[in-house]
Design a binder for this molecule. Structure first.
Ligand code: NAI
Length: 272
């Protein structure tokens, strides 16, 4: 259902790999709500994933970019403004990757080159994206920049590994740049902290299925899925949230404020 919440707005969506990706759902919903968008992902992801099919479906273009490369990011903003016919109103950073996780390196046996890459891809790329946009004055006043994060930034979750550190940095960048970009250009910067979700990146987390089950039982509203996350992103891109900035917004069915639910107690007693 469309309420035209993003009518006339121009956006860039980074990180749609396949139809499980949170960015995929955001791209679909943004267009449904009246926005025009461009897509971006790495050349490898574009070759191996389904991003081209999404671009065809939404009648838009994909601009290849490694989000750690400032020149690539500059191109994304330049080509997006050209293709969409003006400054950008919203940007989604939906990017995460840990080589340590991929290689099953535990937190007390990290490979530091991999660790650098985790931080660069999953967090510093957000700073690069915003800095280049600000330098180019590519985002309109009142524009909204969002990244996706996880509660492992605040509390320790087994198996979340070096991504926990990357998410803590990502959220800090949102606060720090939220101040600077808000002050100078009226642009807001936030993160949405999402429930565990069975996507390609999600499935890379050790013990993910158990975590999804536990979080479901620990959340009064149950886990939020990718579709629901996309709905929240749309509201954050819309003019209904004009004064929301520098926030880490939990979208997790209540998980972040729970201590213990009856559902978890019942499950524990049953298994004992
Ligand atoms: P996904 O695997 O569909 O998306 C991750 C994307 O990052 C892919 O499109 C991939 O190509 C892209 N990417 C990786 N390296 C890149 C680089 N160097 N430059 C540009 N793009 C690059 O998985 P998902 O779950 O949709 O992930 C999106 C975001 O949501 C990530 O930041 C993730 O950490 C976050 N998130 C995911 C949760 C989950 O349980 N799936 C929970 C909370 C947050």
């Amino acid at each position: 259902m469309s309420n035209n919440l993003l009518k006339g707005k121009r956006g860039i969506v980074f990180g749609a790999l396949n139809d499980k990706s949170i960015a995929w759902k955001v791209a679909e919903k943004a267009v449904e709500q009246g926005a025009t968008i461009t897509l971006s992902n790495t050349p490898v992801a574009i070759r191996m994933g389904d991003t081209k099919a999404l671009a065809e479906k939404l009648n838009t273009i994909i601009i290849p970019a490694d989000a750690t490369n400032v020149e690539d990011l500059k191109k994304v903003f330049e080509e997006s403004m050209e293709a969409l016919g003006g400054k950008i109103d919203f940007v989604l950073h939906s990017i995460g990757m840990s080589m340590n996780m991929r290689h099953n390196r535990s937190y007390d046996d990290l490979n530091y080159e991999f660790f650098d890459r985790t931080l660069n891809i999953s967090a510093i790329s957000f700073h690069k994206m915003i800095q280049i946009a600000k330098e180019m004055d590519a985002i309109s006043e009142g524009g909204s920049v969002l990244a996706l994060t996880h509660i492992a930034a605040q509390r320790t979750f087994t198996g979340y590994n070096d991504m926990a550190d990357a998410k803590a940095l990502l959220e800090s960048i949102a606060r720090s740049f939220g101040y600077v970009y808000g002050r100078d250009k009226g642009v807001r910067v936030n993160t949405i902290s999402q429930s565990p979700t069975l996507t390609t990146a999600g499935q890379g987390i050790d013990g993910m299925n158990a975590f999804v089950d536990f979080a479901e039982k620990m959340s009064p509203l149950g886990n939020a899925d990718a579709e629901e996350c996309a709905d929240y992103c749309i509201v954050m891109f819309s003019d209904l949230t004009r004064k929301v900035t520098m926030q880490n917004l939990f979208h997790d069915g209540g998980f972040s404020n729970m201590g213990l639910t009856q559902a978890v107690v019942d499950d524990y007693i049953e298994k004992k």
